[in-house]
Structure formats: C-alpha cells, structure tokens
Design a protein around this ligand. Sequence first.
Ligand code: ATP
Length: 225
Amino acid sequence: MSRPDTGHPPGIGLFGGTFDPVHFGHLRAALEARELLKLDDFRLLPAGTPPHRAPPVASAEHRLAMLRLAVAGHPGISVDDRETRRSGYSYMVDTLAEIRQESGDAPLMLLLGQDAANALDTWHEWKTIFQLAHLVVMRRPESVVSWTGELLQRVRPRLVERPEQLGEKPAGYVLPLEVTQLAISSTGIRDRLLAGQSPCFLLPDTVVDYIAQNRLYFAGAAGKG
Ligand code: ATP
C-alpha cells in the first residue's frame, strides 16, 4: 500500500474487543479502517478477561478460533492472541505498552467504536493510552458522541480530521472515522441463538458453522469459558 514518507515506521492498526462472537460489524469496520488508514499491519486483539464488562460467554480458545476463520483469506488482517495468553484482566494499557516496545516509534492506531470510546475514562490508566497510541473512533448505529468532563478535555485538543495526520507521530491524536454502519452486535447474535433463531448473514458462514459444531451460545452450551 503506498503511503507518504513520514520518517516513522509503517503504522499498526489494533482493534480490540471480546469478539463473542466476531461479526460483520467488526469485520467491515476493520477492513474499511485498514484501507482508509493505509495499513499493511492490522490486528484484531481479542480480550482474555475484559475488566469492564461481564466475562465472555465463549472461551478464549473458541473466540480465537472464530476470529481466525473470519479473517482467513484476508492477509492484511491478523489475529493477535497476546491478551488471551495473559492471566488476569486484559488491560489495553499493558497491551499497548508491550506492542510499543516491539514496534519502536511506529504509529499505533487503536480502533474503537464510539460506544467504547465514550467510556474510555473507565479504563485502567486511561490517560496513558494517549501516550501510547492514536485513537481512531468509528461511528456505530445507536451510539452518539458523549465525551464529558476530563475525557472531553483530553480528547478535544487531540482531534484531527485526516488519516494521514496519524503518520506524523507515534501516538496522541484522536481521529473520528466514517465506516459503513452495520447495526450488528454480538449480544444480538447470542440472543438469537438462545432463542433458536438463525444468525446467518450477520457473521461469516464459517463462523456460523463453527458455532453450530461446537454448540456455542445455546442454553446449556458446551464450550462456555
Ligand atoms: P457485545 O454485544 O457482546 O457487547 P459487540 O458487538 O459490541 O459485543 P465487542 O467485541 O464488544 O462487540 O466490540 C469490540 C469493538 O468493536 C468495540 O470498540 C465496539 O465499539 C466495536 N464494534 C462492535 N460492533 C460494531 C459495529 N457493528 N460497528 C462498528 N464497531 C463495532
């Protein structure tokens, strides 16, 4: 992918989540962000034990397997399993610090849906995140921008409009990014499965098959984590 020479190593896109299960909302957003940000290295980062929400329903192994099936055939998008290998809570700040160590001064671009970005100030050591990565915030149906208080104070002076600006430094900007909005959520998919309804066309067929084969998300399902 051609990109302007900024003097920094190429950027790395990081898209964290529980992916319980991964769906087309995640995947379409990842693909479009990778293209708009001109990234050769774009990683989906499934959380092991997320600190600010209920534990995932499916085990880390199942969520990883579904992600790998979903991105098979898309060489620019990979799955980074480091959080699932770590014991204890998956703090994004620790993950970013580790990736920063490995990647020198490459711009790190942390992707978040607007719903997650609104709650950034509930994250462990959230202010440090601005020193480690840029934030790329994607609109999501039914979520509005609601940054308030200290979070708004931190975000406002960092807002930029053009993706190329993220190449200028390793971390610290906030870029709102328009991607196709798909009103799909993992909760909605799990609810459908529990109700005995089909989740087809909300996530890849390979993942639908995996869910069925492993009887995930059904009442009394095997494979709960
Ligand atoms: P759940 O319903 O279990 O909360 P989810 O569908 O919100 O799951 P997560 O794995 O929690 O998915 O989300 C990971 C990241 O992906 C978050 O930053 C979230 O905002 C973003 N995201 C999830 N679904 C979409 C979507 N349809 N469009 C854009 N971003 C999304």
